[in-house]
Design a protein around this ligand. Structure first.
Ligand SMILES: Nc1nc2c(ncn2[C@@H]2O[C@H](COP(=O)(O)OP(=O)(O)OP(=O)(O)O)[C@@H](O)[C@H]2O)c(=O)[nH]1
Ligand SMILES: [Mg+2]
Length: 435
């Protein structure tokens, strides 16, 4: 589908479109929200038989006149139709430009625009549902009522600045402090949804670690349900990290199989091991694979101190074979067999528990903030803390107003009431072309 938006959209579409059955009829005189059957022609040559949808401002995504041409979809044909439109005076959209125009024309705020990108990039149905909710304006609503409340307080403070004779009465100061405290709690609560938001958008990173031949790649394949990684009886099979996404109960997980950990002289293997440890440090969860059929080795069976604090699940692999290594460390591990799939369900639910994701649903998650929004919330929280401090220490009201305005500014950045060109570039530049 090729979408043309802007004041000349209808005129440009008419330059290439011939209606079937009524060659003289133009899109420019068509009623809004109607579909028209015709040909796209260039210099008298028919390029494609299409449907053209006419959407007039302001009831469109961009709030501008819009024509959408549905072609047959082959690469060559679509490119020819596109080229004929460019020749007629259209230009290619920048990445995210349609959504940017929708934002600039007041059709969406920034959180909704970001939700459009989240929806397009959603990797699971849960992430998609959460994005649709946010597109509907859930976060915007929460922020709007928060801003209104703060604006109210600001007006009150400013009134006292304008009439310096009157001090704020103590009980009214108390009420203001209580409201500011509430607002700060709400800001803090929203900030806390950032980690859930990140999980939804980017997925949970789960690194599989252990000594060579422990059964890491077999475990990856078992979790994915396909033979993604090479498995062999030769220790040191996996040299590089292998990443693969999977959806477990609606949650996007990124599994990272790694090179087995051991002392080595081989520079390639050493680089692989360096990457294993890097993957482990960046992971949200480590699956530490222990092979009980072999005696323990210190290097790989006891992860170093820097990984000790990471959420880790110990797995006793090859549970279908008998173990030679008996210790409490191994007895507490989740027993899994890649051969018989024994223990797979236990491992999945243990992962859910460790990640705290067992009760997730899109509904609870309908408001989740992204990293940009969390950073702005953090600044708002700081400013609110300063406002509360100044007000309770009876500092000058100018100072109180200054901090409160800073908090409002930070909240305004989230929805886009306050923007800069570089902020808009950063957000919309990440969109794909044509969105
Ligand atoms: N019986 C049995 N054998 C297994 C199981 N899991 C893995 N193996 C065998 O153990 C050997 C090593 O398996 P891999 O999955 O390649 O081990 P790895 O940890 O990825 O090894 P490297 O990539 O060399 O570090 C292979 O011969 C597998 O067939 C299991 O659950 N049961
Ligand atoms: Mg391997």
């Amino acid at each position: 589908m090729i979408r043309i938006s802007g004041t000349r959209a209808l005129e440009i579409a008419d330059a290439v479109f011939r209606r079937i059955g009524n060659p003289a009829g133009t899109l420019a005189e068509a009623i809004s929200h109607t579909v028209h059957h015709g040909y796209v022609e260039r210099e008298g040559i028919r390029l494609d038989e299409v449907l053209a949808t006419v959407l007039r401002a302001p009831r469109t995504f961009t709030r501008e006149d819009t024509v959408e041409i549905s072609c047959h979809g082959g690469r060559v044909v679509t490119r020819q139709v596109l080229e004929s439109l460019l020749a007629a005076g259209a230009r290619l959209a920048e990445p995210g430009e349609f959504t940017l125009r929708a934002f600039l024309n007041g059709r969406l705020d920034l959180t909704q625009a970001e939700a459009v990108a989240d929806l397009i990039e959603a990797r699971t149905s849960l992430a998609a549902r959460a994005a649709v909710q946010q597109m509907g304006g859930r976060l915007s609503e929460r922020l709007r009522s928060l801003r209104e409340d703060l604006l109210n307080i600001l007006a009150h403070v400013e009134a006292h600045i304008d009439f310096p004779g009157e001090d704020i009465a103590p009980d009214s100061r108390e009420r203001m402090l209580a409201r500011l405290g509430d607002a700060r709690d709400q800001v803090e609560q929203l900030q806390r949804t950032a980690s859930e938001g990140r999980i939804l958008r980017e997925g949970v990173r789960v690194a599989i670690l252990g000594r060579p031949n422990a059964g890491k790649s077999s475990l990856l394949n078992l979790l994915l349900g396909n033979d993604r990684a090479i498995v062999s009886a030769i220790p040191g099979t996996t040299r590089d990290t292998v990443e693969e996404c999977a959806t477990v109960r609606g949650l996007p997980l990124v599994f990272i199989d790694t090179a087995g950990l051991r002392e080595t002289e081989d520079p390639i293997e050493a680089e692989g091991i360096r990457r294993s440890l890097k993957a482990a440090r960046e992971a949200d969860l480590i699956l530490h694979v222990l092979d009980g059929t072999q005696p323990p080795t210190t290097t790989a069976d006891f992860l170093g101190e820097d990984l000790a604090l990471k959420p880790t699940i110990r797995i006793r692999s090859k549970s279908d074979l008998s173990t030679v290594w008996e210790d409490p460390f191994l007895r507490d591990a989740v027993a899994v067999s890649a051969t018989t799939a024994e223990g797979l369900e236990t491992l999945r639910s243990t992962m859910d528990t460790r990640l705290g994701t067992q009760h997730l649903s899109a509904d609870e998650w309908s408001v989740t903030v992204n990293a940009r929004q969390a950073a702005a919330l953090h600044r708002a929280e700081d400013s609110l803390t300063r406002t509360i401090r100044s007000l309770s220490h009876e500092a000058s009201l100018d100072l109180v107003a200054l901090d409160l305005r800073a908090a409002l500014g930070a909240l305004g950045e989230i929805t886009g009431q306050v923007t800069t060109e570089s902020l808009l570039d950063a957000i919309f530049g990440q969109f794909c072309l044509g969105k």
